[in-house]
Design a protein around this ligand. Structure first.
Ligand SMILES: Nc1ncnc2c1ncn2[C@@H]1O[C@H](COP(=O)(O)OP(=O)(O)OP(=O)(O)O)[C@@H](O)[C@H]1O
Length: 243
């Protein structure tokens, strides 16, 4: 994402894929295809199963059925995952630098507590360079989102899986991060993103999926949102009344 070389984003194929925990079906079996190089929006009400669906794609939750990530040319690529919340205890004394180094290295921190040029570029781009020694518990919501994104980008991904990546960001911060996602997508990277802001979905995404215990609809963002979003439905109903 930080340079300009082309990416071969994968396509994701689901065949009767679902998640059940004990006797509760969190996501009913889904069969669909998320095309390569597209920006996919996962929408739906709170508790509808959006995060569960992302975890299923990432192999972070046991599922039934098939989830296939088809990497172009058969070469397994990297996935950058931005979870909904940074899973950490605020009192744990981990710095921003520790966190990014942990996300790019499998070695213990004391082996290589060095910033590589690649890490430096990403940290600068995400305006984190001046806070490398700050404890992650002391970051603001927006800074935390940028740190999560930095960790995702440092995997050199061709697929980004993003769970509400704009939460905690003001409008300027949102625009900035959306610009980075856009550049990644224009280079050919595939994006799967849970997002509540319908305007963002309409402006940026190619395909929308409404998930409410099951995949209820898939299509162009404006169409899916008009059918399912109470806000948009009210807006278009009002418009129809006026007309
Ligand atoms: N590991 C689990 N075990 C049991 N139930 C779970 C588990 N994970 C999630 N759930 C339940 O599954 C449902 C879907 O949760 P999920 O987090 O996927 O929803 P969501 O659409 O992402 O919601 P939100 O918009 O509020 O983030 C919820 O009722 C949740 O409580």
């Amino acid at each position: 994402m930080m340079n300009n070389h082309a990416l071969d984003g994968p396509c994701i194929r689901l065949d009767q894929a679902g998640v059940r925990v004990d006797s509760t079906q969190l996501v009913a079996p889904v069969s669909t295809q998320l095309e390569s190089g597209q920006w996919h929006a996962i929408l739906g009400p709170n508790g509808g199963g959006k995060s569960t669906l992302l975890k299923m794609l990432m192999g972070l939750m046991p599922h039934h059925g098939l989830v296939n990530i088809d990497w172009p040319q058969g070469e397994k690529g990297q996935i950058g995952y931005m979870p909904q919340m940074l899973p950490f205890d605020r009192s744990v004394p981990i710095s921003v630098l520790d966190y990014v180094l942990m996300s790019v290295s499998t070695k213990p921190l004391w082996f290589a507590r060095r910033l590589t040029p690649e890490v430096k570029v990403v940290m600068e781009k995400l305006r984190l360079s001046h806070m490398l020694n700050r404890k992650i518990g002391a970051l603001s919501g927006g800074e935390r989102q940028r740190l999560l994104l930095a960790s995702a980008l440092l995997q050199s991904p061709s697929l980004l899986v993003l769970d509400e990546p704009l939460s905690g960001l003001d409008q300027a911060g949102q625009k900035e991060i959306l610009g980075l996602f856009s550049a990644f997508n224009k280079r050919g990277g595939t994006i799967v993103m849970v997002e509540h802001d319908w305007q963002v979905v309409i402006d940026y995404c190619h395909q929308a999926y409404w998930v409410e215990g099951e995949l209820k609809a898939k299509g162009a963002p404006a169409e899916v949102l008009e059918c399912f979003s109470p806000v948009l439905r009210k807006w278009s109903d009002n418009n129809r009344t006026v007309a």
